[in-house]
Structures are given as structure tokens and as C-alpha cells.
Design a protein around this ligand. Structure first.
Ligand SMILES: O=C(O)[C@H](O)[C@@H](O)[C@H](O)[C@H](O)COP(=O)(O)O
Length: 249
């Protein structure tokens, strides 16, 4: 699918797709299609360079994909796994994104992967952000995003405090104060990739499930208003690569 307001490619004058929508008939096909696509990106990078880097989101949607990916026969010892965002919770908290990644992905074949949780006992939020930015010096291969019904992605929420500063930041990760944003639920303190950090990632997947989310995403595309729909940040890439949206009903 090529969306309307796409920039034209200089060479061909054809519109460059900013996203490709993959519609899957059911959860099983969606799960395996997304897992196979991520594994292929990692495998390609592992043939070209010593290590590959995978960034993952939390939430209720991606668990089955992470579980399927854990069964991919890759050289996982050469894969670094980081987070797109994290709630200000320790990794052993079942509500943390680190907990989800550990329990769904870092099992079976993927157990030897090197995981970089963002939070650690005794580390303050500035220290955690600095460590995340140090890890981000190495470009990620592929990242998995989710989207809330309010149009947030990662921990970029509409109407959050310091929205302008976060959106214009030239750092990959920043601390987030999403107090008053219902989408942040009971965890307003967070760490998130910025739009700058997102644009550096060549392969980006957005995992969506259900009619409601598809409608929200389409509303965001039509509106084009990044402030109202931060999920639109996943469309932008320094590499000129489209966002791959995987959806099932
Ligand atoms: O920490 C988080 O909350 C997530 O990383 C967040 O960005 C998530 O991807 C969306 O909120 C979608 O969540 P659901 O999959 O639960 O709808």
C-alpha cells in the first residue's frame, strides 16, 4: 500500500511508500509472518557484520511474536536485544517491558542472546538514559513497535509534558514524564526512543491487532498530525525504508 502524501523518488518520480500494510487472516499467520520477517533481518545483518541488534516494545500485543522468534535458529550469541521503551520499573517486575522480553523471547534458541535491560537497582533515570544512549551508538537492525488506542507508540504520548523537546531531541533515548496521559496508565515515568532514534532504524515493524487499532492507525495517516498521533513517527526513516505494519482482526 502506498499512502497519499508520500514524497516522490528523485530517480523514478514514483511515490516512495512510507508504510506497507500486511493484512493477515488470523493470529497464527500474523505471529509467524512477523517473526520470520524479524529473523530474516537479523540473519542478513549477521552475515554482514559481527553482531546484530534488535529493539522490542512491551504491551499486550507482541508476546506471541517474541515467543515464535525464540524458536528461530539464529546465531543468537551474536544478537543484542534492547528495548524501544521501558516503564520506570525494575526488570523483575512483571509489568516491565524487560520482563516480557525475558519470558517470551529469551528462551529456547534465543536464550543466549545478550539482553540490555534499561533499568537496574540503584541506577537513577538519568543514568539509565545515558546507558541506553551508549548502547544506541551501534545502529539497530530491526525494531518492533506497538500502538495504543490514543495513537502513542514507544513512550511518545500525545499531549505529554515536554512534547516539543522530546520530539526535537537529537538523542536516541530520553526520560519521559507522561503524567496526565491516560495511555501511560499507572507508569507515567518512562524511557523512550525519540523520533531521531526511531528514524535511525532501517527495519521497523508495527504490530497491530483488532479493528479499533486499524481504524486509529488509518485516522492518524489521514490526519498527518504528529502531535496528535505520535505513531506517525515510525513512518520516518533516515534510510528511506517503509514501516511494515502487520495486522490481523
Ligand atoms: O511500555 C509500553 O506500554 C509499550 O512499549 C507501548 O508503547 C505499547 O507498545 C503500546 O502501549 C501498545 O500496547 P498494547 O499492545 O498493550 O496495546
Amino acid at each position: 500500500m502506498v499512502d497519499a502524501g508520500s514524497p516522490a523518488s528523485a530517480r523514478t518520480n514514483m511515490p516512495v511508500a512510507r508504510h506497507v500494510l500486511h493484512v493477515h487472516p488470523n493470529r497464527e499467520v500474523w505471529t509467524w509472518a512477523a517473526a520470520v520477517s524479524i529473523a530474516a533481518d537479523l540473519r542478513r545483518d549477521l552475515t554482514l557484520q559481527p553482531r546484530a541488534r534488535l529493539l522490542l516494545s512491551g504491551g499486550t500485543t507482541p508476546g506471541p511474536v517474541y515467543h515464535a522468534l525464540s524458536q528461530a535458529p539464529l546465531d543468537w550469541e551474536r544478537v543484542d536485544v534492547g528495548l524501544v521503551d521501558e516503564r520506570w520499573l525494575l526488570p523483575d517486575d512483571p509489568e516491565s517491558n524487560a520482563w516480557l522480553v525475558r519470558h517470551e523471547l529469551l528462551q529456547d534458541h534465543a536464550a543466549p542472546a545478550h539482553f540490555e535491560p534499561m533499568t537496574q537497582a540503584g541506577r537513577n533515570i538519568e543514568g539509565a538514559v545515558a546507558t541506553a544512549n551508549a548502547h544506541a551508538r551501534r545502529e539497530a537492525t530491526v525494531a518492533v513497535f506497538g500502538m495504543g488506542d490514543d495513537g502513542h507508540t514507544a513512550s511518545l504520548f500525545p499531549a505529554m509534558n515536554d512534547f516539543e523537546r522530546v520530539m526535537k531531541s537529537q538523542r536516541d533515548y530520553v526520560a519521559i514524564d507522561a503524567s496526565g496521559c491516560p495511555g501511560a496508565r499507572e507508569w507515567p515515568r518512562r524511557i523512550s526512543l525519540t523520533p531521531h532514534g526511531i528514524a535511525r532504524i532501517p527495519h521497523r515493524l508495527l504490530l497491530l491487532h483488532g479493528e479499533r487499532k486499524r481504524a486509529v492507525f488509518e485516522q492518524a495517516l489521514v490526519s498527518g498530525d504528529l502531535e496528535r498521533w505520535p505513531v506517525l513517527t515510525t513512518l520516518d526513516s533516515d534510510h528511506g525504508t517503509p514501516l511494515h505494519v502487520h495486522w490481523y482482526e
